[in-house]
Structures are given as structure tokens and as C-alpha cells.
Design a protein around this ligand. Structure first.
Ligand code: SAH
Ligand code: SF4
Ligand code: F3S
Length: 463
């Protein structure tokens, strides 16, 4: 834990220098886990006495970076350039950068040399140190020391940031980390290097956090991990993910339970049973396939074949007929040929995905795929990507239409930003529904009749 009093005193002194209560803006570049870390960073800043803001013209700005694809890095550098200009006119400003990109030694060193106006740099392995690092940064600033404070741990360790305060983005839904890191080493992926080895939290710790969220009015939780299906294997008293999910469904009091991400290689029959038997477990599964070509799947080190994947989909659909299935697909992996793309498109059609996140392969230094022969040029990859996108759109549109005419429970998320008097909610299948209404509480669940499908979202009417 951190010394909140000491931190507040420093924040007050900083406020005295700048003449107002300092504002802080936390920008998330990455996945759900990154967003979850940002909530912790916000929690610490709020308790320290900062006023949280969405504006990057704040006194304290922190970028929580992602490095899964090169364009995530490029965006960070671009945005830092803009911050530099702003800081010229606001020299009191504090800029921090953390997250997965910083956990790559190379990137952190580069940042320190190239961007000396950054005040604080830390990685994912020492997120729990943020309160102490913030303290030191404020001390530096108050003492007019303008050196970049860099703290990056080389190894992940057990002390995670679970106990830091948190400022959730939503009142009614929350993410809960059940595990950290990844041991799968898919040949293209940087995540195992920047998030470390797999480690699971105990069931007791997780249940305690979920019960507190429930008391706090949370209705929906998302259990988070890079590969939730291998949850619990490293615990002293091993627990399977299916057992954990069953326990959460039975004891948490949550209306909706989601989880992310599942790896197809170890999705168990037990998990399918728990999903089918428990009403509160949402009938939505995100099951990244990456490719429909056996040759490419092997080179990716995914450890399943297209036949395994399609058989799994079949089994899932039989057990849970109403299931929404989404996936991640990558195009342009080294050595890919037209026939591999055709195999992937064929799998998209056969599996009938409700939606897919599609990516162009991005070379990550230090991963095995980076040095594989047959790297695909940008133009070829882009053309293949468009082909894939067309197939994904076609199946997604078809799948979305199946809801028209049905009345579905919709959890209200927000006022509709484009149409006055409309609200936006989500079905358990993770589809957004927009509908007109004059009274609806955010976080409440109401029955909505679906009147139109827009392909990736729905239009409804209150019943
Ligand atoms: N743990 C999750 C995914 C984490 S990263 C899983 O195994 O599914 C999210 C997605 O980013 C991946 O599913 C993959 O499709 C994509 N991705 C990962 N590395 C990538 C790379 N080097 N280039 C392009 N896309 C990548
Ligand atoms: Fe990356 Fe594969 Fe781990 Fe997912 S399972 S994080 S794609 S290495
Ligand atoms: Fe990106 Fe790190 Fe998530 S690399 S995808 S933010 S785990």
C-alpha cells in the first residue's frame, strides 16, 4: 500500500506552485488489461488529490502504452510530440509513460534519449510502485529537478497492483484480473515478453474482490487474462477456470459474467458445461483463431488445427445454441500464400463468426516470427486484408439479423450520443442496442424488442 497522506501533502505543495488543484489525464492505448491498469493509476491519482480529466491539456498526463503492433508505438510517439509542444508553454506539466511498450528495454531507453521532456517512465512489472514513483516525481518537480525518472524491473514478481485503489470507468461494470502474463509464446506475439510468465490469483482473492464490487453496485464483471483457460494451473491448490467460473456464477450475485480471452487449445468440456448451465454467464465467447490455415497455425505455434477449431465450434454451438462467437484473425503472417488466405476465409464462413477483430501482421522485434523467411509486403497484406474484411462483414451481418423480432434483456450503458432521448445498452451477446426511451437508469436491465439490424449493432424499442 502507499502513504496516502505523504502523497497528498506533495500534491498540495504542487498545487500551491501551479495555483490550482492539479488535473490528471490517463490515456490507455492497449487492451482490457491495459485499461484495467489505467483504472489503478487513476485510483492512485484521485487519492493523491488530483482531479481526473479526459483532456490532455492537464497538469499530469500519463500514457499507458501498448506494443502488440507497431502502429500502437507510432501513435504514442506522435502524441508525445504534441505533448512536448504543450509543455513548452506549460513548464510545470508532468508527463509519464508506462505500460507494455516501456517493458521493452529498448523502447524505454530510446524514450529517455529521444524525449527528455518525459518525467517518469515505468513498466508493467512494477505498476504497484506507481504511488512511490509519483511521490518521487513530485519531489523532483518541486525541487526543480528535470531528469527523467526511469524504473523498469527485469522480472515479473508476485506483488501485483491488486491492492492499489481503483477508479473504475463505469459504475455498473468492472474488469477483474484473474491472472497475469502468458506462457503460450505464439511466434508473432510480444505479450509474453512484456507481461511475463503466467501467474494466477487465488480463487479466494478473486472472490473477495468480486464481492466488494457487488456491494459497490456492480452488475457485470469481466474476468480478465491473456488465456483464461489455463487459469489456476500454477496455484498451490490448482483450480480450473471452469471451477472458478462456476463459483463466481454461484456466489457473486452478478447479473452478467463475461471472460476474456480464451485460447482454443485448452477450452475444456467442463467450461462449455458451466457456460451452458449458468444463466448469468453471458452467451458470448471470444475465441481467437488467428488463421484458418494449418500451415500458418503451426508456424504461429498456436497448437491446434483448423479441424480442431471447427470441431470445437460445433461442440459449442450444440451445447449453447444461442452462442455469439467472436474472434481475432491476423493476415500477412510470414510465409502466407493466397491459399492460406482462402483457407482463412473459408473458416470464417464455416464458423459463422458474429464478429472478428482483424489485424495485419506486425513484426515485433525479439519474437520468432520476426526472423522467419517470407515476410509479406504491405501492399499484398492490405489487399488480402480487404478480402478477409469482406468475408467477416458478410457473416457478421447475417448473424446480427437473427435477433430481429426477438425481445432481449439489455443492460443500459449510456445516453445515446447522437440521438437525443435515446439510450444505448448491450445484450448478453455483447451487441450494442440503441433505442428511444424517456426513463432508464444506467446499469439497469430492461426488455427491448429488436426492430432492426444494422450489421454490427441493433435498433430496438422498449416493451
Ligand atoms: N491473448 C489473446 C490475445 C492478445 S493480443 C489471445 O491469445 O488471443 C490480441 C490480438 O492481437 C491477438 O489475438 C492477435 O490477433 C493480435 N496480435 C498479436 N500480436 C500481433 C502482431 N505481432 N501483429 C498483428 N497482430 C497481432
Ligand atoms: Fe500472445 Fe498467444 Fe499469449 Fe495471446 S496466447 S497473449 S496471442 S502469446
Ligand atoms: Fe497491448 Fe500489452 Fe495488452 S502489448 S494488447 S496492452 S497486454
Amino acid at each position: 500500500m502507499f502513504d496516502q497522506h505523504r502523497l497528498s501533502v506533495l500534491t498540495d505543495r504542487y498545487a500551491g506552485v501551479i495555483g490550482h488543484r492539479p488535473t490528471a489525464c490517463v490515456v490507455t492505448f492497449g487492451c482490457q488489461m491495459n485499461a484495467h491498469d489505467s483504472e489503478k493509476i487513476k485510483g492512485v491519482l484521485a487519492e493523491a488529490g488530483f482531479r481526473l480529466s479526459d483532456q490532455e491539456e492537464s497538469d499530469f498526463v500519463i500514457y499507458n502504452t501498448c506494443t502488440v503492433r507497431e502502429n500502437a508505438n507510432t501513435r504514442v510517439y506522435g502524441r508525445l510530440g504534441q505533448l512536448k509542444n504543450y509543455k513548452k508553454d506549460h513548464p510545470h506539466m508532468i508527463i509519464a509513460v508506462c505500460g507494455c511498450m516501456m517493458q521493452e528495454q529498448r523502447a524505454a531507453a530510446e524514450l529517455k534519449n529521444r524525449l527528455p521532456f518525459v518525467d517518469l517512465v515505468f513498466g508493467t512489472f512494477n505498476l504497484d510502485r506507481f504511488p512511490v514513483l509519483l511521490e518521487q516525481t513530485l519531489i523532483n518537480r518541486l525541487g526543480n529537478i528535470h531528469e527523467t525518472l526511469v524504473e523498469i524491473y527485469e522480472k515479473e514478481y508476485a506483488g501485483e497492483a491488486d491492492r492499489l485503489p481503483s477508479k473504475r470507468s463505469f459504475t455498473f461494470k468492472a474488469g477483474v484480473n484473474i491472472m497475469y502474463g502468458c506462457n503460450n509464446f505464439c511466434s508473432y506475439c510480444i505479450v509474453p515478453y512484456v507481461r511475463g510468465r503466467e501467474r494466477s490469483r487465488t480463487k479466494e482473492e478473486i472472490m473477495q474482490e468480486i464481492k466488494m464490487l457487488h456491494q459497490d453496485g456492480v452488475k457485470e464483471i469481466m474476468l480478465l487474462g491473456q488465456n483464461v483457460n489455463s487459469y489456476g494451473k500454477t496455484l498451490e491448490n490448482p483450480v480450473s477456470f471452469a471451477q472458478l467460473l462456476e463459483c463466481v456464477a454461484a456466489e457473486s450475485g452478478m447479473e452478467r459474467i463475461r471472460f476474456m480471452t480464451s485460447h482454443p487449445k485448452d477450452l475444456s468440456d467442463d467450461l462449455i458445461r458451466v457456460m451452458a448451465e449458468n444463466q448469468t454467464v453471458c452467451k458470448h465467447l471470444h475465441l481467437p483463431v488467428q488463421s484458418g490455415s494449418n500451415r500458418i497455425l503451426k508456424a504461429m505455434n498456436r497448437r491446434y488445427t483448423r479441424e480442431n477449431y471447427l470441431a470445437l465450434v460445433d461442440k459449442l454451438r450444440k451445447a449453447i445454441p444461442d452462442l455469439s462467437l467472436t474472434t481475432d484473425i491476423m493476415i500477412g503472417f510470414p510465409g502466407e500464400e493466397e491459399r492460406d488466405v482462402a483457407d482463412t476465409i473459408d473458416l470464417v464462413k464455416q464458423a459463422g463468426f458474429d464478429n472478428a477483430f482483424t489485424f495485419i501482421y506486425s513484426k515485433r522485434q525479439g519474437t520468432p516470427a520476426a526472423t522467419m523467411p517470407g515476410q509479406i509486403d504491405g501492399e499484398t497484406a492490405a489487399a488480402r486484408f480487404n478480402q478477409l474484411l469482406e468475408a467477416v462483414h458478410e457473416t457478421a451481418y447475417k448473424r446480427c439479423e437473427r435477433f430481429v423480432g426477438m425481445t432481449l434483456p439489455v443492460m443500459i450503458e449510456d445516453q445515446n450520443r447522437h440521438q437525443e432521448g435515446w439510450m444505448t445498452g448491450r445484450t448478453e451477446h455483447n451487441l450494442l442496442v440503441h433505442f428511444p426511451t424517456d426513463s432508464c437508469r444506467i446499469g439497469s436491465t430492461v426488455p427491448v424488442k429488436i426492430v432492426e439490424s444494422k450489421g454490427f449493432y441493433l435498433i430496438g424499442r422498449r416493451v
